[in-house]
Design a protein around this ligand. Structure first.
Ligand code: HEC
Length: 207
């Protein structure tokens, strides 16, 4: 028994020492300064992205695993950012949505000054159709996304909200906040919703 408690004691001291060591070695102020210094020619609106907002700070501090009350505060704050289509219609044109999903234009250093609207770059992280074989896997496959949700109106609205601000569905999501960060317009988000939620889109026809 004594041996076990000694062992536990040693472990606790070990963990505390490791934490103390981490704290002395990582000075967030220096890290921030180094990151900012690394992008001396960043365009003004891009440079703003080097300063984390409250949600990013809370997600970083908790390694994307915030306490329940912090998570709830993030969701409330992010939800408040959502602007809804004036006519209450969430579904645009899936063909434009497919082009948007393919398009990675925008917000790179080579895209300044912007020559055309940003793309959504969804394929960089998601499988969406069978036809497109080049896609990333950071996010889940969205094949048959609408079909699996029976194209329900509630799911249509939730999809719009997810794309507008991914942190509403998952407080520390790794998916860009397309609407909240002004990457995509409301109409572009509606086109992406159409790609996912229209019965005749290739996502749902298994094409
Ligand atoms: C940088 C990577 C990245 C990009 C780009 C991205 N996503 Fe995501 N997406 C994710 C990750 C990671 C998840 C899973 C975690 C989560 O739900 O936030 C996700 C989840 C989702 C979900 C929820 C899936 C489910 O099963 O509930 C939808 C819908 C979605 N993405 C749509 C899109 C659309 C549409 C685009 C393009 C406009 C897009 N994503 C671009 C990373 C990305």
């Amino acid at each position: 028994m004594q041996k076990i408690s000694l062992l536990v004691g040693a472990l606790v001291i070990g963990i505390a020492a490791a934490q103390a060591q981490q704290k002395t070695h990582i000075d967030p102020v220096k890290v921030d300064a180094a990151i900012k210094a690394a992008f001396p020619t960043a365009p003004a609106d891009w440079a703003l992205r080097l300063t984390p907002d409250e949600t990013m700070k809370q997600c970083s501090a908790s390694h994307n695993d915030p306490a329940k009350n912090v998570a709830a505060a993030i969701v409330t704050r992010e939800k408040a950012s959502i602007e809804y289509p004036a006519d209450g219609n969430f579904i645009g044109d899936w063909k434009k949505g497919e082009a948007l999903a393919q398009n990675g234009y925008g917000m790179r250093f080579s895209d300044y000054p912007p020559a055309r609207p940003n793309g959504g770059n969804c394929y960089a992280c998601h499988q969406l159709t069978k036809k497109e074989v080049s896609y990333g896997t950071l996010g889940p496959s969205l094949l048959e996304y609408g079909k699996l949700r029976d194209f329900k109106p509630d799911a249509v609205k939730a999809t719009y909200e997810k794309i507008y601000n991914s942190h509403v569905a998952l407080p520390c999501s790794n998916m860009p906040r397309f609407g909240a960060n002004k990457i995509l317009t409301i109409d572009q988000i509606k086109d992406a919703v159409a790609l996912l939620m229209s019965p005749d889109s290739p996502v749902n026809k298994g094409q």
